[in-house]
Design a protein around this ligand. Sequence first.
Ligand SMILES: Cc1cc2nc3c(=O)[nH]c(=O)nc-3n(C[C@H](O)[C@H](O)[C@H](O)COP(=O)(O)OP(=O)(O)OC[C@H]3O[C@@H](n4cnc5c(N)ncnc54)[C@H](O)[C@@H]3O)c2cc1C
Length: 347
Amino acid sequence: MTAQPTANQPFAALSPESIRRFAESIAGEIILPDDQRYQKARRVWNHAVDKHPAMIARCANADDVRCAIEFARDAELLIAVRSGGHSFAGYGVCDGGIVIDLSLIKLATIDPVHQRITIGGGVAAVVLDCLAQAFKMAVPLGSCMTIGVSGYALGGGESSLTPKFGYGCDRIRRVEVVTADGRVLSARDGENDDLFWAMRGAGANFGVATALEFRLHPIEKVLSGHLRYPIRQARKVLRFLDEYTRSISDDLFIIAAVLPHPGERMLDVAVVWPDEEKKDERALRPLRKFLKPFEDTVQTRDYLDEQRAGSDSPADGDYSSVSVGRGLLRRDAPTLYRKSVCKRPRR
Ligand SMILES: Cc1cc2nc3c(=O)[nH]c(=O)nc-3n(C[C@H](O)[C@H](O)[C@H](O)COP(=O)(O)OP(=O)(O)OC[C@H]3O[C@@H](n4cnc5c(N)ncnc54)[C@H](O)[C@@H]3O)c2cc1C
Protein backbone atom coordinates (compact mmCIF):
# COMPACT_ATOMS: atom_id res chain seq x y z
CA MET A 1 0.00 0.00 0.00
CA THR A 2 1.49 3.31 -1.02
CA ALA A 3 -1.33 5.87 -1.05
CA GLN A 4 -1.72 8.11 1.99
CA PRO A 5 -5.09 8.57 3.66
CA THR A 6 -6.52 12.08 3.90
CA ALA A 7 -9.12 13.55 6.23
CA ASN A 8 -11.92 13.27 3.65
CA GLN A 9 -10.92 10.02 2.04
CA PRO A 10 -9.30 7.60 4.50
CA PHE A 11 -8.13 5.29 1.76
CA ALA A 12 -9.05 5.07 -1.87
CA ALA A 13 -10.17 1.42 -1.65
CA LEU A 14 -12.51 2.04 1.27
CA SER A 15 -16.04 3.08 0.44
CA PRO A 16 -17.97 5.05 3.09
CA GLU A 17 -20.56 2.26 2.99
CA SER A 18 -18.02 -0.50 3.77
CA ILE A 19 -16.60 1.60 6.60
CA ARG A 20 -20.07 2.19 8.02
CA ARG A 21 -20.94 -1.50 7.85
CA PHE A 22 -17.70 -2.44 9.57
CA ALA A 23 -18.15 0.19 12.30
CA GLU A 24 -21.66 -1.13 12.99
CA SER A 25 -20.49 -4.73 13.15
CA ILE A 26 -18.11 -4.28 16.08
CA ALA A 27 -18.64 -3.63 19.77
CA GLY A 28 -15.59 -1.36 19.84
CA GLU A 29 -15.08 1.75 17.73
CA ILE A 30 -13.18 3.04 14.73
CA ILE A 31 -11.12 6.20 14.42
CA LEU A 32 -10.63 7.76 10.97
CA PRO A 33 -8.20 10.52 9.94
CA ASP A 34 -10.90 13.23 10.21
CA ASP A 35 -11.60 12.29 13.86
CA GLN A 36 -10.09 14.75 16.35
CA ARG A 37 -8.70 11.76 18.31
CA TYR A 38 -6.81 10.46 15.28
CA GLN A 39 -3.48 12.28 15.82
CA LYS A 40 -3.17 10.94 19.36
CA ALA A 41 -4.50 7.50 18.49
CA ARG A 42 -1.97 6.89 15.70
CA ARG A 43 1.02 7.66 17.98
CA VAL A 44 3.18 4.90 19.43
CA TRP A 45 5.80 4.98 22.19
CA ASN A 46 8.66 5.68 19.78
CA HIS A 47 7.85 9.19 18.57
CA ALA A 48 10.34 8.85 15.74
CA VAL A 49 7.70 6.62 14.11
CA ASP A 50 5.28 8.90 12.27
CA LYS A 51 2.82 6.74 10.34
CA HIS A 52 -0.69 7.46 9.13
CA PRO A 53 -3.05 4.48 9.12
CA ALA A 54 -6.27 4.65 7.12
CA MET A 55 -8.17 3.50 10.17
CA ILE A 56 -7.67 2.58 13.81
CA ALA A 57 -10.06 -0.13 14.97
CA ARG A 58 -10.37 -0.25 18.72
CA CYS A 59 -11.53 -3.81 19.16
CA ALA A 60 -13.45 -4.77 22.29
CA ASN A 61 -13.30 -8.57 21.96
CA ALA A 62 -12.11 -11.48 19.80
CA ASP A 63 -15.10 -11.18 17.48
CA ASP A 64 -14.23 -7.53 16.76
CA VAL A 65 -10.69 -8.63 15.91
CA ARG A 66 -12.07 -11.27 13.56
CA CYS A 67 -14.29 -8.65 11.86
CA ALA A 68 -11.32 -6.26 11.54
CA ILE A 69 -9.17 -8.94 9.94
CA GLU A 70 -11.94 -9.84 7.49
CA PHE A 71 -12.54 -6.17 6.69
CA ALA A 72 -8.80 -5.63 6.07
CA ARG A 73 -8.59 -8.72 3.90
CA ASP A 74 -11.58 -7.68 1.76
CA ALA A 75 -10.15 -4.17 1.31
CA GLU A 76 -6.57 -5.49 0.86
CA LEU A 77 -5.33 -3.31 3.70
CA LEU A 78 -2.12 -3.77 5.63
CA ILE A 79 -2.68 -4.70 9.28
CA ALA A 80 -0.71 -3.49 12.30
CA VAL A 81 -1.57 -5.01 15.68
CA ARG A 82 -1.11 -2.90 18.78
CA SER A 83 -1.32 -3.77 22.46
CA GLY A 84 0.77 -1.32 24.53
CA GLY A 85 2.41 0.39 21.52
CA HIS A 86 5.94 0.01 22.95
CA SER A 87 7.61 -1.66 19.97
CA PHE A 88 10.88 0.23 19.41
CA ALA A 89 10.45 -0.36 15.67
CA GLY A 90 6.91 1.00 15.72
CA TYR A 91 5.22 -2.21 14.60
CA GLY A 92 2.02 -1.09 16.32
CA VAL A 93 1.16 1.29 13.46
CA CYS A 94 1.39 1.34 9.65
CA ASP A 95 0.93 3.72 6.74
CA GLY A 96 -2.35 3.47 4.86
CA GLY A 97 -3.55 0.28 6.57
CA ILE A 98 -5.62 -0.62 9.59
CA VAL A 99 -4.40 -0.64 13.19
CA ILE A 100 -6.05 -3.35 15.27
CA ASP A 101 -5.82 -1.65 18.64
CA LEU A 102 -6.41 -4.07 21.53
CA SER A 103 -6.33 -1.50 24.32
CA LEU A 104 -10.07 -1.94 25.03
CA ILE A 105 -9.60 -5.67 25.70
CA LYS A 106 -8.69 -5.14 29.32
CA LEU A 107 -10.39 -7.93 31.23
CA ALA A 108 -8.14 -9.71 33.75
CA THR A 109 -9.21 -12.60 35.98
CA ILE A 110 -7.11 -14.34 38.59
CA ASP A 111 -7.36 -17.80 40.12
CA PRO A 112 -5.01 -17.57 43.11
CA VAL A 113 -5.75 -21.11 44.28
CA HIS A 114 -4.47 -22.65 41.04
CA GLN A 115 -1.94 -19.84 40.55
CA ARG A 116 -3.23 -18.68 37.19
CA ILE A 117 -4.14 -15.36 35.67
CA THR A 118 -5.92 -14.65 32.38
CA ILE A 119 -5.61 -11.27 30.72
CA GLY A 120 -7.06 -9.63 27.64
CA GLY A 121 -4.77 -8.75 24.74
CA GLY A 122 -4.72 -5.04 25.69
CA VAL A 123 -3.78 -5.36 29.36
CA ALA A 124 -0.76 -3.32 30.48
CA ALA A 125 1.99 -4.74 32.71
CA VAL A 126 1.00 -2.52 35.62
CA VAL A 127 -2.48 -4.08 35.75
CA LEU A 128 -1.18 -7.65 35.79
CA ASP A 129 1.46 -6.78 38.41
CA CYS A 130 -1.01 -5.06 40.74
CA LEU A 131 -3.63 -7.79 40.46
CA ALA A 132 -1.13 -10.62 40.98
CA GLN A 133 0.58 -8.83 43.86
CA ALA A 134 -2.74 -8.51 45.65
CA PHE A 135 -2.23 -12.27 46.13
CA LYS A 136 1.57 -12.01 46.59
CA MET A 137 2.22 -13.58 43.21
CA ALA A 138 3.73 -12.50 39.90
CA VAL A 139 4.42 -13.30 36.25
CA PRO A 140 7.95 -12.34 35.15
CA LEU A 141 7.35 -8.91 33.58
CA GLY A 142 9.73 -6.27 32.26
CA SER A 143 10.92 -2.98 33.69
CA CYS A 144 8.27 -0.75 32.13
CA MET A 145 4.79 -0.77 33.57
CA THR A 146 2.99 0.68 30.54
CA ILE A 147 4.13 -2.05 28.15
CA GLY A 148 1.44 -4.31 26.72
CA VAL A 149 1.74 -7.74 28.35
CA SER A 150 0.87 -9.53 25.12
CA GLY A 151 3.46 -7.70 22.98
CA TYR A 152 6.04 -8.33 25.69
CA ALA A 153 5.29 -12.01 26.30
CA LEU A 154 4.60 -13.06 22.69
CA GLY A 155 8.05 -11.74 21.78
CA GLY A 156 9.83 -13.58 24.61
CA GLY A 157 9.79 -11.14 27.51
CA GLU A 158 12.80 -10.71 29.76
CA SER A 159 12.25 -9.78 33.38
CA SER A 160 14.32 -9.31 36.51
CA LEU A 161 12.61 -12.56 37.57
CA THR A 162 13.77 -14.39 34.44
CA PRO A 163 16.86 -15.96 36.04
CA LYS A 164 14.57 -17.62 38.60
CA PHE A 165 11.24 -18.09 36.80
CA GLY A 166 12.07 -17.94 33.08
CA TYR A 167 10.91 -15.63 30.31
CA GLY A 168 7.44 -14.16 30.04
CA CYS A 169 6.62 -16.53 27.17
CA ASP A 170 7.64 -19.54 29.31
CA ARG A 171 4.83 -18.77 31.74
CA ILE A 172 2.01 -18.75 29.12
CA ARG A 173 -0.42 -21.63 29.65
CA ARG A 174 -2.98 -20.84 26.97
CA VAL A 175 -3.58 -18.30 24.24
CA GLU A 176 -6.76 -17.36 22.43
CA VAL A 177 -5.71 -16.47 18.89
CA VAL A 178 -7.53 -14.95 15.93
CA THR A 179 -5.78 -16.22 12.82
CA ALA A 180 -5.35 -14.53 9.45
CA ASP A 181 -8.21 -16.61 8.00
CA GLY A 182 -10.54 -15.32 10.71
CA ARG A 183 -10.71 -18.36 13.01
CA VAL A 184 -10.71 -17.93 16.79
CA LEU A 185 -8.53 -20.73 18.18
CA SER A 186 -7.41 -21.83 21.58
CA ALA A 187 -3.77 -22.96 21.81
CA ARG A 188 -2.21 -24.80 24.75
CA ASP A 189 -0.46 -28.07 25.52
CA GLY A 190 -2.47 -30.74 23.71
CA GLU A 191 -4.57 -28.27 21.70
CA ASN A 192 -3.14 -26.66 18.54
CA ASP A 193 0.32 -27.55 19.83
CA ASP A 194 2.27 -26.07 16.91
CA LEU A 195 0.47 -22.76 17.21
CA PHE A 196 1.03 -22.75 20.96
CA TRP A 197 4.75 -23.37 20.46
CA ALA A 198 4.99 -20.57 17.88
CA MET A 199 3.02 -18.02 19.88
CA ARG A 200 5.52 -18.26 22.72
CA GLY A 201 8.29 -16.17 21.24
CA ALA A 202 7.17 -15.32 17.72
CA GLY A 203 3.50 -14.72 18.50
CA ALA A 204 3.17 -11.48 16.56
CA ASN A 205 3.67 -13.46 13.33
CA PHE A 206 0.97 -16.07 13.84
CA GLY A 207 -2.23 -14.28 14.74
CA VAL A 208 -3.77 -11.80 17.14
CA ALA A 209 -3.78 -12.95 20.76
CA THR A 210 -6.97 -11.73 22.37
CA ALA A 211 -6.46 -13.53 25.70
CA LEU A 212 -3.47 -15.09 27.46
CA GLU A 213 -3.38 -17.30 30.52
CA PHE A 214 -0.20 -17.28 32.63
CA ARG A 215 1.17 -19.35 35.48
CA LEU A 216 1.80 -17.30 38.61
CA HIS A 217 4.69 -17.58 41.07
CA PRO A 218 4.57 -16.66 44.71
CA ILE A 219 6.73 -13.63 45.41
CA GLU A 220 6.42 -10.78 47.85
CA LYS A 221 9.82 -9.24 48.53
CA VAL A 222 13.04 -8.84 46.61
CA LEU A 223 16.51 -7.69 47.53
CA SER A 224 17.13 -5.03 44.91
CA GLY A 225 18.60 -1.66 44.09
CA HIS A 226 21.36 0.15 42.26
CA LEU A 227 25.09 0.55 42.78
CA ARG A 228 26.35 3.65 40.97
CA TYR A 229 29.93 4.40 40.04
CA PRO A 230 31.70 7.27 38.30
CA ILE A 231 32.23 6.38 34.66
CA ARG A 232 36.03 6.34 35.10
CA GLN A 233 35.64 3.27 37.35
CA ALA A 234 33.55 1.35 34.81
CA ARG A 235 36.36 -0.88 33.56
CA LYS A 236 37.30 -1.90 37.09
CA VAL A 237 33.70 -2.66 38.04
CA LEU A 238 33.01 -4.67 34.89
CA ARG A 239 36.15 -6.75 35.43
CA PHE A 240 35.09 -7.42 39.00
CA LEU A 241 31.60 -8.45 37.82
CA ASP A 242 33.19 -10.92 35.43
CA GLU A 243 34.62 -12.92 38.34
CA TYR A 244 31.88 -12.24 40.82
CA THR A 245 28.94 -13.39 38.65
CA ARG A 246 30.52 -16.84 38.37
CA SER A 247 30.43 -17.31 42.12
CA ILE A 248 26.83 -16.41 42.87
CA SER A 249 23.35 -17.91 42.62
CA ASP A 250 21.82 -18.23 39.16
CA ASP A 251 18.71 -16.50 40.50
CA LEU A 252 20.38 -13.11 40.72
CA PHE A 253 19.42 -10.67 37.97
CA ILE A 254 22.20 -8.19 37.36
CA ILE A 255 22.55 -5.64 34.62
CA ALA A 256 25.17 -2.97 34.03
CA ALA A 257 24.18 0.15 32.12
CA VAL A 258 25.78 3.45 31.21
CA LEU A 259 23.33 6.13 32.20
CA PRO A 260 23.24 9.92 32.14
CA HIS A 261 24.58 11.66 35.22
CA PRO A 262 24.91 15.46 35.69
CA GLY A 263 28.14 16.62 34.10
CA GLU A 264 29.20 13.19 32.77
CA ARG A 265 27.82 9.68 32.75
CA MET A 266 27.88 6.83 35.26
CA LEU A 267 27.97 3.07 35.42
CA ASP A 268 24.79 1.75 36.98
CA VAL A 269 24.72 -1.83 38.28
CA ALA A 270 21.15 -2.92 39.01
CA VAL A 271 20.48 -6.08 41.00
CA VAL A 272 17.27 -7.93 41.76
CA TRP A 273 17.27 -11.03 43.92
CA PRO A 274 13.91 -12.72 44.35
CA ASP A 275 14.87 -14.26 47.70
CA GLU A 276 15.63 -11.59 50.19
CA GLU A 277 16.99 -13.69 53.01
CA LYS A 278 20.03 -12.75 55.08
CA LYS A 279 22.24 -15.22 53.22
CA ASP A 280 21.56 -13.30 50.02
CA GLU A 281 22.58 -10.05 51.61
CA ARG A 282 25.82 -11.77 52.59
CA ALA A 283 26.32 -13.01 49.04
CA LEU A 284 25.93 -9.48 47.71
CA ARG A 285 28.44 -8.08 50.20
CA PRO A 286 31.55 -8.57 48.03
CA LEU A 287 29.91 -6.61 45.21
CA ARG A 288 28.85 -3.82 47.53
CA LYS A 289 32.21 -3.57 49.28
CA PHE A 290 34.95 -4.15 46.71
CA LEU A 291 34.79 -0.56 45.52
CA LYS A 292 32.65 2.03 47.22
CA PRO A 293 29.92 3.23 44.85
CA PHE A 294 28.83 6.86 45.16
CA GLU A 295 25.29 5.54 45.60
CA ASP A 296 24.03 2.21 46.99
CA THR A 297 20.25 1.76 47.16
CA VAL A 298 20.20 -2.04 47.62
CA GLN A 299 17.69 -3.11 50.22
CA THR A 300 14.81 -5.51 50.77
CA ARG A 301 11.63 -4.06 49.28
CA ASP A 302 8.19 -5.08 48.10
CA TYR A 303 8.34 -6.64 44.64
CA LEU A 304 5.72 -4.16 43.43
CA ASP A 305 7.86 -1.22 44.57
CA GLU A 306 10.78 -2.66 42.60
CA GLN A 307 8.56 -2.94 39.52
CA ARG A 308 7.22 0.59 39.98
CA ALA A 309 10.77 1.93 40.07
CA GLY A 310 11.16 0.95 36.38
CA SER A 311 10.64 3.90 34.08
CA ASP A 312 9.10 4.45 30.68
CA SER A 313 12.33 5.87 29.27
CA PRO A 314 15.64 7.25 30.49
CA ALA A 315 15.58 10.97 31.20
CA ASP A 316 17.32 12.24 28.08
CA GLY A 317 17.36 9.23 25.79
CA ASP A 318 21.15 8.83 26.10
CA TYR A 319 21.14 5.16 27.02
CA SER A 320 23.08 1.99 26.33
CA SER A 321 23.07 -1.21 28.34
CA VAL A 322 24.65 -4.65 28.42
CA SER A 323 23.27 -7.75 30.12
CA VAL A 324 25.78 -9.41 32.40
CA GLY A 325 25.70 -13.18 32.07
CA ARG A 326 28.19 -15.67 33.38
CA GLY A 327 31.22 -15.92 31.13
CA LEU A 328 29.97 -13.14 28.88
CA LEU A 329 32.08 -10.48 30.48
CA ARG A 330 35.24 -12.55 30.49
CA ARG A 331 34.98 -13.11 26.77
CA ASP A 332 33.88 -9.67 25.79
CA ALA A 333 34.74 -7.32 28.62
CA PRO A 334 36.99 -4.94 26.68
CA THR A 335 34.55 -4.88 23.77
CA LEU A 336 31.56 -4.34 25.98
CA TYR A 337 33.45 -1.67 27.83
CA ARG A 338 34.32 0.13 24.64
CA LYS A 339 30.87 -0.26 23.22
CA SER A 340 28.93 0.78 26.22
CA VAL A 341 31.21 3.26 27.88
CA CYS A 342 33.60 4.84 25.39
CA LYS A 343 31.38 5.02 22.37
CA ARG A 344 28.59 7.48 22.93
CA PRO A 345 25.37 6.05 21.53
CA ARG A 346 23.70 8.06 18.80
CA ARG A 347 20.60 9.91 19.86
C1 LIG B 1 10.70 1.67 27.83
C2 LIG B 1 10.73 0.23 27.40
C3 LIG B 1 11.16 -0.74 28.29
C4 LIG B 1 11.21 -2.09 27.90
N1 LIG B 1 11.60 -3.01 28.82
C5 LIG B 1 11.61 -4.33 28.47
C6 LIG B 1 11.99 -5.34 29.40
O1 LIG B 1 12.33 -5.05 30.55
N2 LIG B 1 11.95 -6.65 28.98
C7 LIG B 1 11.57 -6.98 27.70
O2 LIG B 1 11.56 -8.18 27.39
N3 LIG B 1 11.22 -6.05 26.80
C8 LIG B 1 11.24 -4.75 27.14
N4 LIG B 1 10.88 -3.80 26.22
C9 LIG B 1 10.50 -4.23 24.86
C10 LIG B 1 9.00 -4.57 24.81
O3 LIG B 1 8.71 -5.71 25.58
C11 LIG B 1 8.60 -4.87 23.35
O4 LIG B 1 8.81 -3.72 22.58
C12 LIG B 1 7.15 -5.34 23.27
O5 LIG B 1 6.92 -5.85 21.97
C13 LIG B 1 6.19 -4.21 23.58
O6 LIG B 1 4.90 -4.72 23.61
P1 LIG B 1 3.66 -3.71 23.39
O7 LIG B 1 2.43 -4.52 23.36
O8 LIG B 1 3.74 -2.59 24.36
O9 LIG B 1 4.02 -3.10 21.95
P2 LIG B 1 3.21 -3.05 20.57
O10 LIG B 1 3.95 -2.03 19.76
O11 LIG B 1 1.76 -2.84 20.78
O12 LIG B 1 3.43 -4.50 19.97
C14 LIG B 1 4.71 -4.99 19.73
C15 LIG B 1 4.64 -6.13 18.71
O13 LIG B 1 3.87 -7.20 19.21
C16 LIG B 1 2.72 -7.41 18.38
N5 LIG B 1 1.59 -7.64 19.27
C17 LIG B 1 1.25 -6.92 20.37
N6 LIG B 1 0.18 -7.46 20.96
C18 LIG B 1 -0.17 -8.51 20.22
C19 LIG B 1 -1.20 -9.47 20.33
N7 LIG B 1 -2.09 -9.43 21.34
N8 LIG B 1 -1.29 -10.45 19.39
C20 LIG B 1 -0.38 -10.52 18.37
N9 LIG B 1 0.61 -9.63 18.22
C21 LIG B 1 0.71 -8.65 19.14
C22 LIG B 1 2.57 -6.13 17.57
O14 LIG B 1 1.97 -6.34 16.36
C23 LIG B 1 4.02 -5.72 17.40
O15 LIG B 1 4.62 -6.43 16.35
C24 LIG B 1 10.83 -2.45 26.58
C25 LIG B 1 10.39 -1.48 25.67
C26 LIG B 1 10.33 -0.15 26.07
C27 LIG B 1 9.88 0.86 25.08
